[in-house]
Design a binder for this molecule. Sequence first.
Ligand code: MN
Length: 248
Amino acid sequence: MTIIGITCLYEQEGQALLPHHYFRAVEKAGGVPVLLPPLGSEDAVPELVGFLDGLILAGGGDIDPLYFGEEATPATGLISPERDWFEITLARRALAAGRPILGICRGMQVLNVAAGGDIHQDIGTAGARVKHFQDAPRWYPTHAVHVYPGTRLAVILGERELRVNSFHHQAVRRLAPGLRAAALAVDGIVEAVEGTGRPFVLGVQFHPESMWERYPIFLELFAALVEAARRNRSPVKLLTGDGLAGIE
Ligand code: MN
């Protein structure tokens, strides 16, 4: 059993929510999805990381720019303080533990901020010339991305050009140490990042969970995460769940 934790949306007070496309994709890719509410205890996060084999940081609202040392600008949207704290703490712990991570949209930005990078608070100031917040249906690809050859992302997707959906008004600015850009839009906006080290660390600015049912290539991102998580099983769970449970 390969357990993939998925963070939940918490922008609506009192409700942790997750669109079903996320957990269906993990299930389809052979993993066991577990939804993660925004925990508030410093002690619980490392325990949780010990239990998980892999992690998906889901999409959502904006990150409080205080996490990268800036005041919020008039363009800053909805912020969830509980979710920010939990996801950034969780991402740092998961990175330190070498857990495979897939960050999606906001999740890619959380990954970059957690690892020490920052983001453009509004994509207009980043020189965007492409429409990055589409009005088309969620599953519909509206802009091209160019995948850098030789990246993990290129290996997973097996191609260098593809079209993706887009629902973001923020974008990665300064890449964190240990991350590199893996794909760009034609206006230079970073559309994917990945870890330069051995552990599977990948972030995409688009929403593959909304596309895989119509375009199966996007399921490959989830399959790659599950495969990496399977190869890097949590030692805590091996001791308590799969290996020794029958001995007592
Ligand atoms: Mn985009």
